[in-house]
Write a protein that binds this ligand. Structure first.
Ligand SMILES: Nc1nc2c(ncn2[C@@H]2O[C@H](COP(=O)(O)OP(=O)(O)OP(=O)(O)O)[C@@H](O)[C@H]2O)c(=O)[nH]1
Ligand SMILES: [Mg+2]
Length: 455
């Protein structure tokens, strides 16, 4: 379905200006196309940078030729990122220059790469498995060092290896059962029912181990939305600024200052948090403020964690009570702000007292945010499942394994190998879908769509 016999080209560095920019060419004609771009007489020397000047290719792809000095490096197949001949062309990082190089390569016969097509080709040529290909996208998208480390571990194959281990155990078990099926007349089981149960339980335990920190893994990979809500003037924007350590939101003594949602990225103990400041929730006849309140309620609905801010220096009012009621039963922290002033609010167990003004209690609040979201320190030696796709497939594998175990337990010694095998093979199929040993075009398309062109 996916063609790999043509040569693709794309700008691999981000859009915009930089000291250098890189155009990547991959495919059987990569070397010839690169030579046409610079008019080289000799072939490029593998893995040596060659300094050259671009020359006009004079082809049909529209746009004026732009001269530049470039460095070309040829990585011959199979020792390249994609497993094909790859030429990386480093030029000055100007979009005008880089686009001209891409046009020149297209004049010489290259096709513009689809999103993620370089990594897709790496997968199709067996340079990476699916877990590693997804890790490339995660690493590029990471915004905290913890996210980057988790992605890098997967790129290095830690998860791949442990899934391969589970797969191997399962494979050995199915082989024995198949042997029993192949010699039915002997009435001989190559493996006894009790041994089957032990073996299946062992595999289940390994899957459980992988699944045990998947929820936290997902949080690492996807980050969390933390939304600050409260009545007007309680200090939401002040808290937002303090947590960000930046003067981002307008703070005034006028209730109803914030009208729109403000959101910023924040690193809390390695977790990528999107912190959202909202308009003070109250009934209002001001049309702008009313829209702000509507947006605040919307943000509340999608939050992974809600920070309900109350003003400790005044008695609780209807608005405060309404917000407390609306957030009851969902992940939230109640923040009693303005602890520098005389307290007039009732004391609340579990609420965190802070004074954004003096900074009192802010560290404790940050710790509570991290704890609540589940950022406990963890063992580095464990492979981490961070991707929901992987977690879902592991869960599916587990369900098939459980069915197999129950079937054996209920069989009273008379093993029905066929049924057992069907369940175990389902489990095996789920595991193989994680690493891509088994994959459909739809799955691949779905995964590589989220890459950008050039990756
Ligand atoms: N004394 C004291 N004043 C505070 C504290 N935090 C915020 N304030 C003041 O409370 C007022 C309101 O602060 P904001 O951060 O604008 O409050 P808000 O909840 O965002 O208000 P709206 O956007 O109008 O809903 C400002 O005058 C702040 O200086 C605090 O810890 N102690
Ligand atoms: Mg505000």
């Amino acid at each position: 379905m996916f063609s790999t016999d043509d040569t693709i080209v794309a700008i691999s560095t981000p859009l915009g200006r930089g000291g250098i920019g890189v155009v990547r060419v991959s495919g059987p004609d990569a070397s010839r196309i690169a030579c046409e771009l610079i008019g080289c007489g000799d072939a490029l020397v593998p893995r040596y940078a060659t300094f050259a000047r671009l020359r006009a290719t004079g082809g049909s792809v529209s746009g004026a030729f732009v001269p530049d000095q470039v460095l070309l490096t040829l990585f011959p197949a199979p020792h390249s990122y994609t497993g094909e001949d790859v030429v990386e062309i480093s030029a000055h990082g100007s979009p005008v220059v880089l686009e001209s190089i891409v046009r020149g390569a297209m004049d010489a016969g290259a096709r513009l790469a689809e999103p993620g097509e370089f990594t897709l080709r790496a997968f199709l040529h067996g340079k990476l498995d699916l877990v590693q290909a997804e890790a490339v996208a995660d690493l590029i998208d990471s915004v905290t060092p913890l996210q980057a480390r988790a992605a890098f571990d997967q790129l290095e194959g830690t998860l791949t290896q442990s899934i391969a281990g589970v797969e191997q155990d399962l494979f050995e078990l199915t082989a024995k059962l198949e042997a029993s099926l192949d010699f039915p007349e002997e009435g001989y089981h190559f493996i006894e029912p009790t041994a089957v149960i032990t073996a299946v339980e062992h595999v289940i335990a390994r899957v459980d181990e992988l699944l045990s920190n998947a929820a936290r893994g997902r949080l690492i990979r996807e980050g969390a939305q933390v939304v600050i809500v409260g009545a007007p003037n309680v200090g939401k924007s002040s808290l937002f600024n303090a947590l960000l350590n930046a003067n981002r939101a307008i703070v005034t003594a006028v209730p109803g200052t914030t009208r729109d949602l403000l959101s910023e990225q924040l690193d809390v103990r390695g977790l990528a948090i999107r912190l959202v400041d909202t308009a003070g929730i109250r009934d209002t006849i001001d049309a702008i403020e009313e829209e702000g309140v509507r947006r605040a309620r919307g943000a509340l609905d999608v939050a992974d964690l809600v920070l309900v801010v109350l003003d400790r220096s005044r008695v609780l009012e209807g608005e405060d009570e309404a917000i407390l009621a609306a957030t009851r039963g969902r992940p939230r922290l109640v923040v009693l702000n303005k602890s520098d002033l005389q307290s007039r609010a009732p004391s609340m167990p579990d609420a965190i007292e802070v004074s954004v003004l003096t900074g009192d209690g802010l560290q404790a609040l940050t710790d509570r945010i991290a704890d609540t979201l589940g950022s406990a320190p963890e063992r580095r030696d464990q492979p981490r499942v961070t991707n929901v796709r992987h977690a879902d497939l592991l869960t599916r594998a587990r369900a098939s394994l459980t069915r197999a175990r129950e079937a054996v337990a209920a069989s009273n010694g008379a093993l029905a190998e066929e049924f057992l095998l069907a369940d175990l093979q389902d489990a095996l199929a789920s595991l193989q879908e994680i690493t891509g040993k088994r994959s459909t075009d739809d799955l691949l398309r779905h995964i590589f769509e989220r890459f950008c062109v050039g990756k």
